[in-house]
Design a protein around this ligand. Structure first.
Ligand SMILES: Nc1ncnc2c1ncn2[C@@H]1O[C@H](COP(=O)(O)OP(=O)(O)OP(=O)(O)O)[C@@H](O)[C@H]1O
Ligand SMILES: [Mg+2]
Length: 264
């Protein structure tokens, strides 16, 4: 897949100490906070992002961020993708298209496909154009307990060749898959959670199997370094961070069965 770039905004100025012509500049970002409906949102975004980077899952990069010492609340800054010049189909927008309004000779949609969030035809095109990326993302979502993938990805569907496909917003996964940390841990302990995925029945078994293998062989140290920090992260204590590590190791055990049942 071609490299996904992020959006530089405003003017740049020379970095006075640089000996190689570096500039000081600004990137655009979507700033996210812990929220009543997702009390561990910042932690969930951060951990999911680090796991995704390790596994090669196409999600937009994000970083922990603070505004100033006066407002020390931790945020998660999802760096905004540079979409200019790309023919990006926005799956994050509401689908206002009438599902029955398609050519009479259009092939039938796959049986069992998730249609609640609309974009049905575009989703089948997406899965054809990006079979590996969609499978990778779907398996990853089942592992991290993300029920909120619908409307949280974008893709270049117009380009003749392959373009970019990227996911965003893992803020309702892991310890934020429910409003509170305790309820989230209860869900994550269940081998039948999540019960659906927007890419279900659209992905290939071979790619799904490869990603299950990649996740189950992920070293403990890498999961530990993505999940645990020496301090609270937003609302999440170190004890709950360790619980996240434990639950992710546990979820490896039933990931293959979950993929077979939900995705294939
Ligand atoms: N890094 C990014 N690059 C490009 N667009 C983005 C990025 N992050 C967010 N957006 C856009 O901003 C919207 C809101 O962001 P996000 O989905 O993270 O917020 P949210 O409050 O968690 O939303 P919801 O829970 O309703 O999905 C996205 O649907 C997407 O259109
Ligand atoms: Mg969203």
């Amino acid at each position: 897949m071609p490299i996904l770039c992020y959006e530089i905004t405003g003017a740049t100025t020379p970095n006075t100490r640089s000996t190689t012509g570096a500039e000081d500049g600004q990137l655009s970002a979507v700033l996210k906070y812990d929220h009543a409906e997702a009390q561990a949102q910042v932690y969930a975004e951060l951990v999911a992002n680090r796991l995704a980077m390790f596994l090669g899952i196409p999600v937009v990069v994000g970083v922990p961020a603070r505004a100033s010492t006066a407002d020390a609340r931790l945020r998660f800054a999802a760096i905004r993708a540079a979409e200019g010049g790309l023919d990006v189909y926005d799956f994050t927008a509401d689908d206002r298209h009438d599902p029955d309004d398609c050519p009479a000779d259009a092939p039938p949609l796959p049986e069992g496909m998730y249609q609640t969030a609309g974009h049905a035809r575009a989703m089948t095109l997406l899965a054809q154009k990006y079979p590996k990326e969609t499978a990778d993302l779907a398996v990853f979502d089942l592992w991290i307990g993300n029920e909120d993938r619908a409307l949280n990805f974008k893709a270049d569907l117009g380009a003749k060749d392959r373009g970019v496909m990227f996911a965003l917003d893992q803020g309702s996964s892991l310890l934020a898959c429910r409003a509170t940390v305790d309820r989230s841990l209860e869900c994550l302990a269940r081998p039948d959670f999540p019960a659906f995925h927007p890419f279900q029945k659209l992905v290939h078994a071979r790619y799904c199997g490869a990603m299950v293998e990649r996740i189950t062989s992920m070293p403990d140290w890498a999961i530990l370094s993505a999940t645990t920090y020496d301090d609270t992260v937003g609302n999440v204590t170190v004890v709950d961070q360790v619980a996240t590590h434990t639950t992710l190791i546990e979820r490896k055990r039933f990931l293959g069965a979950l993929v077979d049942r939900i995705l294939l």
